[in-house]
Design a binder for this molecule. Structure first.
Ligand code: ADP
Ligand code: MG
Length: 750
């Protein structure tokens, strides 16, 4: 029988009926990747936490307050701490002394260079390194680091996006030392570098980065929070900082797969890939035993983060196979934002050491859960503690309810902004996909708090709760429970007992944008509340009770549409939200323009967070980023479809056709159903490529808003329909020809 299947050269067939795929099984990138994964040796290095206990690593690479205290003259140390803790103006006189102490400390730790670290609008972390050494006239070198070098740098940086604030001919940008975020040592096998967190501004003093507005918004929030505290009799002035605890979700896959997939490599997500037969439906990964290689990675990543003073606390498997989470203990928002950037870099770097790639994209794999970054937010001070802690006494409750109501009002009034700051090409695949909160912004308060606000709304004063008579006055308010009870994973903004959790943030995002938004809208509302209470007290010093009462009912009356405790994934909620008049900005193209709406522009300017020009430059930058991201993906999709999928498809088609022809020669009929399907899919593949190319080439949309719309309405749908064809081909083409690592392989091989 073997002669029936003889090769064409043997049986003299024409090339039209050549048999067999020309690609041998092991030569596809996919096969080589699988082979490499199969032959992987366990990671050689081990970390011994017996010899050096974890706590001994903590902050070893950080210029902490205690290091400062040891190394700085007392007066300098005190002055510096006043700036760090209380937001006082930095005394320029002390810069030289601090610089010299930091340099000595860093050089003792092997540093040869220092770097100003800054956070451009790309969302990345940027650094410019300079050597400590300068040549001297006598041919030797001198190690130098002046106060000026500590305080200010001038990276050229003309290629960073500025949304028109800087033209290349006026490219001066300055980095300015941010004392409130500690300097640290970055280790490398070949030396260490002193890293100084900085703000990045143009020569006109306009913000070009993500940090500057965080600092400004924290200042605004503090200013107005102090006024509310004063009303309640707290006048110590301890700086009220916003605090943030970001929970980072990420995927890990073997890096051989990563390098075999041009889409993952260049776009961070798979543009093709059929749903695996076994997905996440068993929920057998969620909180399951962490695979050994992954756990080894986590241990080392956490050790490195510990050295940098990043207080990582929890780690676990997430819902999707191959998905994990790490969360630190919360910190002051500005420091948390810097640490979060370090966290992303560290996860990526250490994953490589363990032969893996860490995927931070919001949706690396279609059909399985995407990754978010819940940003837990609160505000507090050294004397007040956490202001969103309901507290044990009625007096605390009233203060808590005022801050809580201010937040409800803020989110209600600026839903559009909250949505706009989480808008990105990546996050669009996640929000509203029944795994992440919907694109509709609402607040989950939990039963107890909702009940209280409901009663306030209904006139409040004397209604009954099981726990006693409720009067939203200062004296008779019952203690609130610390744990607000239920959790609701479907809510984009949830009260979780002593903080709010903003769940719509994308895993790949800098948390600065969301923090700036929260700090500023809440500063505005706190300002509003402070104004009301101050006015009332000016009229009648004993009216705090009734002033709080009427402020709360006013806010609840106006803003309660934003409160929703039900299932955010449900169809009914989408309908009800529309009835309530809540916004549903489904895509980045819909949401981004709201960033610079007249109301938001005015607010950012009023609180000194971003000028109109700065805000518009941001909008333009983000619109450009969205378009560039989609363009890269679209070009990649065409490229992969044409150079990897199409060849595989026609090889298989050819194999089927030649089988058919060969069988005919020897008098057998061949059922051509598979051949028909493959042929139809090849046709639709070619059409799909052509349609996508047409959409890519269409450059008639010029204005940024139109350009985004075009990507959203024409390019992405064409990519998706091309994907549908490719994914069907994956399910029918011979496995040994298929060029791309499959979902099954990437997600389940450990
Ligand atoms: P969960 O997964 O249940 O939401 P995690 O423990 O994973 O809880 O994360 C909770 C996050 O909330 C942590 O980063 C924690 O530090 C943070 N958090 C707790 N209190 C505050 C606060 N007052 N301000 C900001 N973040 C907070
Ligand atoms: Mg959470």
């Amino acid at each position: 029988m073997s002669t029936v299947f003889a090769s064409p050269s043997e049986n003299g067939q024409t090339s039209g009926a050549t048999g067999g795929a020309s690609t041998s099984a092991a030569s596809t990138p996919r096969r080589s990747a699988v082979a490499a994964v199969t032959n992987r040796l366990a990671s050689p290095q081990t970390i011994n936490f017996v010899d050096v206990p974890a706590q001994e690593y903590y902050s070893t690479n950080v210029f902490t307050k205690s290091v400062m205290k040891d190394r700085l003259p007392k007066s300098v140390y005190k002055s510096l701490v006043r700036t760090i803790d209380s937001g006082e103006k930095l005394d320029p006189e002390i810069a030289d002394i601090v610089a010299s102490a930091i340099k000595d400390w860093a050089m003792e730790k092997g540093a040869t260079h220092y770097a100003h670290i800054f956070y451009p609008l790309t969302g990345a972390t940027a650094e410019k390194h300079d050597s400590f050494l300068s040549p001297t006239a006598d041919g030797s070198t001198l190690s130098e680091f002046s106060g000026k070098q500590l305080c200010q740098g001038e990276p050229d940086g003309s290629s960073f996006p500025s949304g028109g604030i800087r033209v290349t001919s006026q490219a001066r940008g300055y980095t300015i030392w941010d004392v409130t975020s500690p300097a640290y040592i970055l280790e490398n096998p070949n030396g260490t570098t002193l890293c100084i967190p900085t703000a990045f501004v143009s020569w006109t003093g306009e913000a070009l980065d993500k940090k500057t507005p965080v600092l400004r918004s924290m200042q605004a929030l503090n200013k107005h929070a102090q006024r509310v505290l004063k009303v309640f009799g707290h006048t110590d002035g301890a700086f009220v900082a916003s605090t943030a605890g970001p929970e980072q979700e990420y995927f890990l896959i073997d890096r051989n797969f990563y390098y075999a997939r041009p889409d993952l490599l260049n776009a961070g997500r798979t543009l093709f890939g059929a749903k695996p037969p076994k997905g996440q439906e068993f929920d057998d990964h969620y909180f399951g035993a962490i695979p050994e290689r992954v756990l080894a990675f986590m241990c080392e990543a956490e050790r490195e983060l510990f050295k940098l003073g990043i207080p990582v606390k929890t780690r676990h498997n997430e819902v999707a196979p191959g998905q994990f989470e790490v969360a630190p203990v919360f910190e002051s928002a500005n420091v948390a934002a810097d640490h979060q950037q370090q966290m992303m870099l560290t996860l990526r770097k250490i994953a490589e050491k363990y032969g893996m790639a860490c995927l931070l994209h919001e949706k690396p794999f279609a059909g399985v859960n995407g990754s978010g970054k819940h940003v837990n937010w609160s505000l507090g001070s050294s004397s007040q503690g956490n202001l969103l802690d309901p507290g044990d006494t009625p007096h605390d409750n009233a203060k808590f309810l005022v801050f809580c109501a201010a937040i409800i009002r803020a989110v209600y009034k600026h839903q559009d902004l909250m949505r706009a700051v989480v808008a990105s090409a990546g996050n669009d695949h996640r929000l509203g996909a029944n795994e992440a909160p919907p694109a509709i912004i609402s607040i989950f308060l939990g039963d107890q708090l909702t009940d209280i606000f409901e009663q306030i709304k209904g006139g409040g004063a004397n209604s009954s709760l099981p726990s006693g008579t409720l009067e939203v006055g200062v004296d008779v308010l019952p203690p609130l429970p610390k744990d607000a009870g239920d959790r609701n994973r479907t809510s984009p903004f949830a009260f979780t007992g002593n903080r709010f959790e903003f769940r719509a943030v994308g895993s790949n995002q800098s948390i600065s944008g969301p923090l700036v938004a929260m700090n500023t809208i809440i500063a505005e509302s706190v300002d509003f509340c402070a104004g009301r209470l101050e006015d009332a007290l000016a009229n009648d010093p004993d009216s705090l009770n009734s002033a709080v009462q009427s402020l709360l009912s006013e806010i609840v009356g106006e803003c309660s549409a934003i409160i929703f405790n039900g299932d955010g994934y449900s169809e009914e909620w989408h309908r009800e939200a529309a009835e309530r008049g809540l916004l549903n900005l489904k895509t980045t193209a819909d949401a981004l323009p709201h960033l610079a709406s007249p109301e938001n522009t005015q607010m950012f300017a009023k609180y000194g967070v971003l000028s109109a020009r700065e805000l518009h430059s941001r909008l333009e930058t983000y619109q450009e980023q969205y378009c560039m991201t989609v363009d890269v993906e679209a070009n990649l999709a065409v490229n992969i479809a044409r150079t990897m999928i199409f060849p595989a498809a026609i090889r298989y088609q050819n194999e089927l056709a030649s089988t058919c022809a060969n069988l005919k020669v020897v008098g057998f009929e061949f059922d051509t159903e598979t051949l028909d399907t493959v042929t139809a899919l090849v046709k639709s593949l070619q059409d799909g490529i052509a349609t996508l190319e047409y959409a890519i080439a269409d450059d008639s949309a010029v204005a940024p808003e139109d350009a985004c719309r075009h990507r959203c309405d024409a390019v992405l749908p064409s990519m998706l329909s091309l994907r549908e064809t490719v994914d069907k081909l994956e399910l029918i083409i011979a496995d040994d020809i298929w060029p791309l690592p499959t979902y099954q392989e990437m997600l389940f091989i450990k």
